[in-house]
Structure formats: C-alpha cells, structure tokens
Ligand binder design. Sequence first.
Ligand code: MN
Length: 343
Amino acid sequence: MATQKPSKKVYPITTFISDLPTSLIPQSSSSYLENGTQSRRLVIVGDVHGMRKSLENLLEKIGFDKAKGDHLILAGDITNKGPDSSSVVDLAIKLGASAVRGNHDNAVLDAAAEIVANGGIDRFKGLIDALSTPDTPRGDLPKDTAPTEGSEKTGPATTNISLRHGATTYRTAFQLSAHQIKWLAALPLILRIQLPQNLPSSLGNSLIVAHAGLVPGIPLEEQDPHAVLHMRSLIRKPGEEEGYTPDESFGEEGWAAEWDRWQDKLASPTTVVFGHDAKRRLQLGRYTVGLDTACLYGNQLSALVISVNDAEIEHQIISVDCADTPVAPAAPVKEDNKAAVDK
Ligand SMILES: [Mn+2]
C-alpha cells in the first residue's frame, strides 16, 4: 500500500548539493607513494543511528587511518533511535567526516528548532517525560499532561506546542550540543564525488551519496528534497509513459532497480550510494549501492570502501556485526516520526 505523506517539511537547507573536494578523493599519483603510505580511501558508511561502538568496530576492521588520508563519509541517519547520537556526531567531527542529511537527522534538527522556539529544554523535558512510551504521537498524550494556560510552572506545558515528532527524536535533540546541531544542519542532502577520469572503475567515475534515493532522468538540482530524504520506491502513474513519482513505500522493487535500468542507456552512468532501506539490507546494483544493513535492529553496519591503485579504482563492502544495544524493529520497520508528522 502506498504511504504518501501529506507533510513535506524539510528543515531549512544550507547546501542542497555539495562536491567532495578533490583533495579528499583518491588519486593515482606518486604523492601518496613518496612517504610509503597506501592509497587514500573513501569509506562510505550506511545508517549509523547513534551506534557508536558499531561505527568504531567497523572503522577498526577497515583499518581506517585519517593520518594516511582515508576519508569518512556518512550516508545519513547518523543520529536518532540508537543509544548515543551525540558521541557519533563528535566522532564524525573529530575525523573530519563528510556526510549527507538523513530523514532522522532532519527530524532531529526540526525537533531542536521546535524546542528552542518553545522555551528550551527544561520546559520541553517535562512534556516529553510525560509521554508514556517512546514515539507516542501527540494524540496519545494523556489528557492530564496538557494543562491549560496559567497552571503552575512545574507542570508540563503543552498549550502552544505542537509535537511533530516522537519522544525519541526530542530526546536525541536534547542530547546534542549547539555545535553538534550546527554541524548537522550544515550537511548537504546530496554529495557529489568525481573519481579520477583516467582510471577504469567498476562503479563508474561519477558517484553520488544521497540518504534515501534519487529519481532517474531528473537533474540533481531539481530533485525533491523530501524524496531525497524519504523515498524507497518509484511509482509510474497509470497512462504515463514517462516520469515517476517517488514514494516512501517499499514497493515491489526499490527505486534503485529503475535507476540501474536508466543508467544502462547513458554514455556516462552515475552510481548512487544510499542508505535508508533497512528492510532490503545490502543492495548491490549495477549503479546503486544500498548500505543500510540494519545495524539499528541488531544486524550489521556496512561500508563501501573505495581505493585506487595504479591501474584501476577498486571497491569492496566491509561489514561488522552490531555492537550496540539494538532497537526492537517495528513491524513493518517504519520511521519514528511517521505517525506524528501525518497528523
Ligand atoms: Mn532513513
């Protein structure tokens, strides 16, 4: 069943599309050989969701070394739902990581702004603590947690606050410092990577990192930001020969299958690296790499590792088992803020 959402709310975008600086892209040059180090690598990691130990284990297994020129890229949903979003953002900042915004990061930013606009953390905390279970939408709030205006100061005050997100999202927003929120807010929704043109690459030479997906046949600048954060499939409307509507439902096949078919027709195909679709786990298409291997639900955290040797651009997938306390999956897996936003 299609689950199109009426809400299109996207937290204000600082940069929609960002280009990874050439200095961070692996090159086949003598520069890295002079000091005896190995080639620089790009390490693109799927949905971390605040799972710090799992991320550390993955980087250790990869032998990630920033000093040798390795560069970390996070494919969005860096924060929320897992145990320690603050710590994961700290690690990303410390490692100088690049990243794109995910739908959960977007929700956390929106929640943080809502908290600031409504009297700050102290006022909000009483309200959120009154929620009986995580992610309870506003409509499920007990009546006695919504006192009328002018009631005593100690009670939670909901009068003018419209809760757009689940309790988990507000709690994540509470955890993050102003500096961490600022870092998260500055992330692009699309990261473009131009690999060296003089070397063959099984990935193609143009890479894009986007959290949920892209619609084929539409220029990057014209992609719908909400869809980039949320889509899982494409719907072709009855009677329409061309054009697709991005949709959040899983569909019979993911959007990536259509992206692959579309790229087959192009002289210069583009590969998209994405996350967001934990249900489908690792997806290895001809021009698509889906990296959400459901670490949040106790499965694995995965990375696409890209390296350059003298003859070609190589890539491999490296995964570790989840090392953090997982979140019990809803059935079916759904976004934490879906019910609240739909209201
Ligand atoms: Mn997501």
